[in-house]
Ligand binder design. Structure first.
Ligand code: BMA
Length: 370
């Protein structure tokens, strides 16, 4: 009987350890939508899931480019770092005016400096994410030029507008392919094209094109980049407002073209409204992401001038807490536009609270990603 018992125990232990081993060794590496994604891009994609289990990555737009009262002079200054003691985990950049071949982006950031900062972020374990307020390829006005409802239609149907758009994309591809590590490997990044699509303030917005036109434009854009050898991007689908799953998915371009889903949300009205809206949108985004084995993010957020000194822990935090949000990006601390800032800076009344928020175990800053 005793012998039988030991034999059984040994058998169970062998089976269990074999099972434990199979679970770890066969856990598939998750793969981004791009079948040819570079190794580093696959790694970043998998890391985003690991970090997602730990907390939300804190991000800031143009963090190293400028802040309140200073401009980048190559010394990696950062309002977030000065306030919290650590850099953000996520660094946002905008590529607007790259398509024009200009030296600086639409907010005056030299692309050379941006590239240097992106390389520094990557070397130090942070993540870079891009938006693109690109010109209107039909009128050559800016992203906000919605004077024609035929822009997307024209890209798809009119040879000269299409050519112009492709020339824009060509410049984008060149830039993405210029982001390299010291060993020559491409730096993996997040790209969220044609963002805030449920709003109608950009030429690609909801009232400016049909569902089919939007989806086709998105796919053509990503196909173009991939055909140019750009395999170092994770693609992020970033909505503006919505109230239902139907609205959220209406213009979704498909799993072969998207890696991350999310939305841009700003605090305009009351705190209660912001939190409630955040909950409605994040519940929908999260359920959608879970179903597909994806992550979801707050792709842009903030309260301009942060008039509430405890905003980070009493408004933003209850908005995202318990929702398993991968990352959030605070918008820029403009140096060229008064009262246009979203992260605290030294001396601002919200500084103590932003530090408190950043120091939480479930909020990740750059050094915590390692
Ligand atoms: C907007 C504002 C603008 C800026 C644009 C692109 O939200 O911050 O001042 O030019 O984003 O960064």
């Amino acid at each position: 009987m005793k012998r039988y018992f030991f034999a059984l125990a040994a058998f169970i232990s062998v089976v269990c350890s074999a099972e434990a081993q199979t679970t770890t060794s066969t856990t598939p590496n998750r793969h981004p939508s791009d079948k040819e994604a570079t190794e580093a891009t696959v790694e970043l994609y998998n890391n985003l899931f690991k970090w997602d289990d730990k907390g939300v990555m804190l991000g800031h737009q143009d963090d190293l480019a400028y802040g309140i009262g200073w401009l980048d002079s190559g010394d990696y200054k950062s309002d977030v770092q000065m306030v919290t003691g650590d850099y953000p985990a996520l660094f946002g950049w905008d590529l607007g005016h790259l398509e024009l071949g200009e030296e600086c982006n639409l907010d005056g950031v030299p692309f050379e400096d941006m590239r240097r900062n992106i390389i520094w972020v990557d070397r130090n374990g942070g993540v870079n994410t891009f938006s693109w307020h690109l010109r209107n390829p039909l009128t050559l006005g800016d992203s906000w030029d919605i004077s024609s409802k035929k822009v997307v239609w024209s890209i798809l149907n009119d040879a000269s507008t299409r050519l112009c758009y492709y020339e824009f994309l060509e410049k984008l591809a060149e830039f993405m392919l210029s982001l390299k590590r010291e060993n020559g490997e491409l730096i993996p990044v997040i790209f969220r094209p044609l963002h805030e699509l449920s709003g109608s303030w950009f030429w690609w917005g909801r009232d400016l094109c049909t569902v089919d036109e939007y989806v086709t434009l998105w796919r053509d854009t990503i196909d173009f980049l991939r055909a140019k050898g750009v395999h170092n991007i994770l693609v992020s689908y970033s909505m503006a407002g919505y109230k239902s799953v139907e609205q959220f998915t209406e213009r979704y371009p498909g799993d072969d073209y998207v890696d991350i889903v999310g939305f841009d949300i700003y605090h305009y009205g009351t705190a209660k409204e912001y939190i409630e809206d955040m909950h409605i949108r994040s519940d929908i985004a999260r359920a959608f992401a879970l179903e597909r084995g994806m992550i979801w993010a707050v792709c842009e957020t903030g309260y301009e001038t942060i008039p509430d000194k405890d905003w980070f822990t009493t408004v933003l935090l209850p908005g995202i807490e318990g929702k398993q949000c991968s990352h959030l990006l605070l918008w820029r601390n403009a140096q060229n536009r008064p009262n246009h800032f979203y992260a605290s800076y030294p001396g601002h009344k919200s500084a103590r609270d932003m530090k408190r928020f950043a120091k939480r175990d479930d909020v990740l800053t750059m050094s915590e990603l390692r």
